[in-house]
Design a binder for this molecule. Structure first.
Ligand SMILES: *[C@@H]1O[C@H](CO)[C@@H](O)[C@H](O)[C@H]1NC(C)=O
Ligand SMILES: *[C@@H]1O[C@H](CO)[C@@H](O)[C@H](O)[C@H]1NC(C)=O
Ligand SMILES: *[C@@H]1O[C@H](CO)[C@@H](O)[C@H](O)[C@H]1NC(C)=O
Length: 387
């Protein structure tokens, strides 16, 4: 708030000679001045305020209504019209999986591996790249060659960082799949992704759900060396000795992919978080559980997610000096329900999921989450693994 607004007060009060009604009137004038001042404020506060008002739109009755509506998850599917005027629905694919690539020459080899890796999961998975104006055209072309669709990023903040929810909204509008997932652009998946989602869709077809998991950091010895022969996690496992400086399972608080079923998360109501900046990942787990009444599934045991990075988190957003690095945290702090970073960590980590997936003979099952939820266990890092 502009402190100058307060300097009006003594003058107004003096002018009205302390008559009680005049003071009330003066307070009214002051209120208008202050509100006007806030509305005119430029800068970071604008984005925070926008998201707060988006959040504020969610009145108690609206939340109740949204949560109690038992609409079938397929209700809002678009109807597709064929050329002969008849109406048909294309067969359902499993997952629309989307990402963005941060412009960076150093990450080029990593992105090419990811493009090939996600391309292998077609046609069950439709990979989508949301390209920024800075995205390298040769990468977009390479993605298209591997069966990806490429669209411009739907919406970004004024630092050109893409908003998360607009990508989900775009994907839900343009693709008809059982699941929709954003993943960071440096994550390789294995067949477990398809198996887990297929069995989850069978096990809980009518529940809202969101799938998350821990990642494994694969620290490349030399990220300048091309990775053209490495596409699957198996390939990277076979090359572990030669190519990896270390391979470790990462903290339960760092979440790199979020897959929700259609209608499972009310993306419209999510504050305007941007990708690649701290905080939104943890808030999202809390949001899915609390505001969408979604079942959050920790799929760490059945989905392998291999995070390609350089030593000391080189090639990740943790080591880049982005001017808007606190963007999401500012939004989260402005929320009425925010009770401090402890709450965010405790309620927004992978172990806070209600269910976890595990292998059983003939498939994957979903059981109540049994892992240690203590704050210490959650921020514990890095135990080494052999892939
Ligand atoms: C799935 O939805 C049903 C019906 O609303 C509910 O009874 C059940 O508890 C939900 N399952 C989970 C795992 O939350
Ligand atoms: C970020 O800034 C620090 C200190 O100014 C500098 O040492 C570091 O190299 C910068 N990192 C990147 C990725 O630019
Ligand atoms: C949970 O993890 C913490 C930290 O590693 C440990 O001290 C504690 O004993 C664990 N609790 C259980 C029930 O395993």
């Amino acid at each position: 708030m502009d402190p100058k607004g307060y300097s009006f007060l003594p003058r107004l009060v003096t002018a009205y000679r302390f008559s009680p009604t005049a003071v009330i009137r003066a307070m009214g004038v002051l209120g208008i001045v202050v509100i006007f001042g806030i509305l005119c404020t430029q800068g970071d506060n604008r984005s925070v305020r926008q998201s707060r008002s988006a959040w504020g739109d969610l009145g108690d009755s609206e939340i109740d209504e949204y949560l109690s509506t038992e609409r079938p998850l397929t209700e809002d599917f678009e109807v597709y019209t064929t050329d002969n005027g008849g109406v048909s629905r294309p067969p359902m694919k499993l997952l629309t999986l989307f990402t963005t690539f941060k412009p960076s020459k150093d990450r080029r080899n990593v992105y090419r591996s990811i493009i090939r890796n996600w391309g292998l999961m077609r046609p069950a998975v439709q990979p989508v790249l949301y390209a920024t104006p800075d995205t390298d055209h040769s990468l977009s072309d390479y993605a298209r060659q591997h069966g990806w669709d490429v669209y411009p990023v739907p919406r970004s903040n004024r630092f050109k960082t893409p908003f998360l929810k607009d990508m989900y909204l775009h994907a839900e509008k343009h693709y008809r799949t059982h699941f929709y997932g954003y993943s960071n652009g440096d994550l390789l998946f294995d067949q477990g992704l398809l198996d887990t989602l297929t069995d989850l869709h069978t096990a809980l077809p009518h529940n809202r759900s969101m799938v998350v998991g821990r990642r494994t950091n694969y620290v490349l010895k030399d990220f300048d060396k091309d990775l053209e022969d490495l596409t699957t996690i198996k390939d990277f496992a076979a090359a572990q000795k030669e190519r990896a400086e270390s391979v470790r399972v990462f903290k339960a608080v760092a979440i790199d992919y979020f897959i929700s079923n259609r209608g499972g998360v009310n993306w419209q109501k999510l504050p305007n978080f941007v990708i690649g900046r701290a905080g939104y990942d943890n808030y999202l787990i809390f949001f899915a559980r609390k505001h969408c009444k979604a079942v959050v599934v920790d799929a760490s045991r059945t989905i392998r997610a291999l995070h390609l990075q350089g030593a000391g988190f080189k090639l990740t957003h943790r080591t880049s000096n982005d001017t808007d690095s606190k963007y999401n945290l500012r939004i989260i702090r402005s929320l009425r329900e925010f009770k401090g970073p402890g709450q965010l960590i405790e309620q927004g980590n992978v172990n806070a999921a209600q269910l976890e997936s595990r292998h059983r003979s003939g498939g994957i099952e979903f059981i109540p989450h049994r892992r240690n939820r203590s704050a210490k266990a959650v921020i514990e890092t890095l135990h080494p693994v052999v892939l």
